[in-house]
Write a protein that binds this ligand. Structure first.
Ligand code: GLU
Length: 478
C-alpha cells in the first residue's frame, strides 16, 4: 500500500487535516507500505513556508511520521504540463482561448435562458475554433487554458467508506486542467502526482467527493491505474454545521499549547469518524494501529466535541506515571523556581493529576502552592469566614494550635483535625473548608492533608496566621 497526505500549505494543520493524516498513517502502519507526505504548494499566492513548517511540526507533535517526502508539488510542474500536453495530443483535452469575461457572460446568459447547456458551454464555444486554428494561435503565443474533454457515460467507483458511487459524466463540465498562465489546476496536479508516486489508496475528506469522478476520468485518459478512494466524513461542530473556528477548532499546535497530550489528541482524532465497534473510548496508538479499519468509518459527519477532548486528556494524565506527571508539570511551569522541594512537588503533581484535564490547567491549580497567596476567593470568604468573623478566627486559632502540636505527617495531622471537629460536635468539613481557604485562597483543592504536606509546616502555619489577621482586620469585608 502506498498512501499519502497532501496538505496545502495555505494555513496551519487543523483538526480535519490532522484526522486525514492520522487515518492514512494508521492504514499504512497496520498493513505495511509507505506513507508519503506531499506538500501541495501550487497555489503560489496562498502557500507560505511558515505553514509548511507548522504542518510538519504538527504531524511530528502528533507522532505521525512519514516514509517519503516531503515532496513539493510545485517541483512537478514540468510533468504536470507534460501530462496536459499528452491529453491535448490524444484529443482528450482542448485549448480554450475564450477570455474569462466572455465565458462568464455566455454562462450567465445560458443560465438566464435556462437552456441547460452550461456544462458543455466551454466546449461549444471552443468548437468555433478549428484544430488548425487552435494550433496556429497557440504557436503564435496567444494565451489559452487547457480543458479536459469529458467523455460521455458514467463514472463509478467503489468508495472504501461510502460504497458504490456513480456520477453522470454529462453533469461534469469540461474542467480546466492547465490555466492560461501554464499552472496546473488541483485536479491535474493531484492525479499527475498520485500516478507518478504510484499511490494505491487515496483517503481524504468527503469535501473532495465531487473531485473524484474528474480525477478518475483523468487517470483513465492518462492510461494510469486508478487508485482506490475512501472519503472520510466531514467534521461538524456541535450545531451540526461544518467545523470552524467558531466551534473552538484551532490549529493542532494550539491544542498543544493548551496542554493537550499528543497521545490524547491522536486517540480523540481517531474517534472523529471511526469507531472500534464497541463503546471503548480510550485506545492508545498501538490499539488504534491494530484495530483501525475503513469499514468502521462512518458515512455521516463526525461531531467535534472539545469537552470530550479535554476529558480524554484528563484520562491520559490520570494514567501517567507519577514521575512523568511531575516532569510534565515542571515543563509547563518552565522550570520556574518554586517554593517546593522535590518531594512536595511530586506530592502536589500527584494530588493535582486527577483534578486536571490538561497540564496547563494543572499549572493554574498549582499556583497556590508554588507562589505566594495573592488573596482569597471573595465568594468563599463571604460564605466561610465573614458571616461570623469572630467564630471563623477562633476556629482557625484552634486549628493552628492543633496543627502546631502535631507531627507533620498525614496520620497525626488527620487525627488532630478530626479530633477538633469531633470535640466541637461538627462535621469535619466545617473545619476543613475554612482551613482550605486559608491555605490555598480557593474553595477547591486536593485533600486537606495533601495540602498541608505540600505546603509544609512553616508555610501552612504562616498562612493560617495571615488568614486570622485578614478575617479580624478590615480587608475583604462583605
Ligand atoms: N491539497 C488538497 C487538500 O488539502 C489535497 C486533497 C487530496 O488529498 O487529494 O485538500
Amino acid at each position: 500500500m502506498r498512501l499519502r497526505f497532501a496538505p496545502s500549505p495555505t494555513g496551519y494543520l487543523h483538526v480535519g487535516g490532522a484526522r486525514t493524516a492520522l487515518f492514512n498513517w494508521l492504514l499504512v502502519r497496520q498493513a505495511g507500505g509507505a506513507f508519503v507526505l506531499r506538500v501541495e504548494d501550487t497555489d503560489r499566492d496562498r502557500s507560505r513556508p511558515e505553514h509548511v513548517d507548522a504542518i510538519l511540526g504538527g504531524l511530528s507533535w502528533l507522532g505521525i511520521d512519514w516514509d517519503e517526502g516531503p515532496v513539493f508539488q510545485a517541483d512537478g510542474l514540468a510533468r504536470h504540463r507534460l501530462d496536459a500536453e499528452r491529453l491535448l495530443e490524444a484529443g482528450r483535452a482542448y485549448r480554450d482561448f475564450t477570455a474569462r469575461e466572455d465565458f462568464e457572460r455566455a454562462r450567465d446568459a445560458a443560465v438566464a435562458a435556462g437552456t441547460g447547456t452550461v456544462a458543455r458551454l466551454a466546449r461549444n464555444m471552443a468548437a468555433a475554433v478549428s484544430p488548425e486554428e487552435s494550433r496556429r494561435r497557440a504557436a503564435a503565443g496567444e494565451p489559452f487554458a487547457v480543458r479536459f474533454l469529458v467523455p460521455p457515460g458514467t463514472t463509478e467507483w467503489l468508495d472504501l467508506v461510502h460504497g458504490r458511487m456513480r456520477f453522470a459524466n454529462d453533469e461534469i463540465d469540461d474542467f480546466v486542467i492547465l490555466r492560461s498562465d501554464g499552472t496546473p489546476t488541483y485536479n491535474l496536479a493531484v492525479v499527475s502526482d498520485d500516478a507518478a508516486m504510484s499511490i494505491s489508496h487515496v483517503v481524504r475528506g468527503a469535501d473532495h467527493i465531487s473531485n473524484t469522478p474528474k480525477q478518475i476520468l483523468l487517470y483513465e485518459a492518462l492510461d494510469a491505474p486508478v487508485p482506490a478512494f475512501g472519503h472520510l466524513p466531514l467534521i461538524l461542530g456541535p450545531d451540526g454545521k461544518r467545523l470552524s473556528k467558531r466551534h473552538g477548532a484551532r490549529a493542532v499546535e494550539a491544542f498543544a499549547a493548551e496542554g493537550v497530550l499528543p497521545d490524547a489528541m491522536v486517540n480523540f482524532l481517531a474517534l472523529l469518524g471511526w469507531s472500534p465497534g464497541t463503546d471503548e473510548e480510550l485506545l492508545v496508538r498501538d490499539d488504534l494501529i491494530e484495530r483501525f479499519s475503513l469499514e468502521r468509518v462512518l458515512k455521516k459527519g463526525a461531531v467535534f466535541d472539545a469537552a470530550k477532548l479535554l476529558w480524554m486528556n484528563g484520562q491520559y494524565i490520570a494514567r501517567m506515571e507519577a514521575g512523568e506527571v511531575a516532569a510534565a508539570l515542571r515543563g509547563v511551569l518552565e522550570g520556574g523556581a518554586t517554593a517546593l522541594d522535590d518531594d512536595a512537588f511530586a506530592r502536589m503533581a500527584a494530588a493535582l493529576a486527577p483534578r486536571s484535564r490538561t497540564f496547563v490547567e494543572m499549572a493554574r491549580l498549582a499556583r497556590p502552592y508554588i507562589a505566594p497567596l495573592d488573596g482569597y476567593d471573595a465568594k468563599a470568604a463571604r460564605k466561610g469566614w465573614y458571616r461570623d468573623r469572630a467564630g471563623a478566627a477562633e476556629l482557625l486559632r484552634a486549628v493552628q494550635d492543633r496543627l502546631g502540636g502535631a507531627a507533620w505527617e498525614a496520620e497525626p495531622l488527620e487525627a488532630a483535625l478530626r479530633g477538633l471537629a469531633a470535640e466541637r460536635g461538627v462535621g469535619a468539613g466545617k473545619v476543613f473548608q475554612p482551613l482550605r481557604l486559608a491555605l490555598t485562597g480557593v474553595p477547591a483543592s486536593p485533600g486537606i492533608f495533601d495540602v498541608l504536606l505540600i505546603l509544609g509546616r512553616e508555610r501552612s502555619l504562616r498562612r493560617v496566621e495571615w488568614a486570622i489577621a485578614h478575617i479580624e482586620g478590615e480587608g475583604g469585608a462583605g
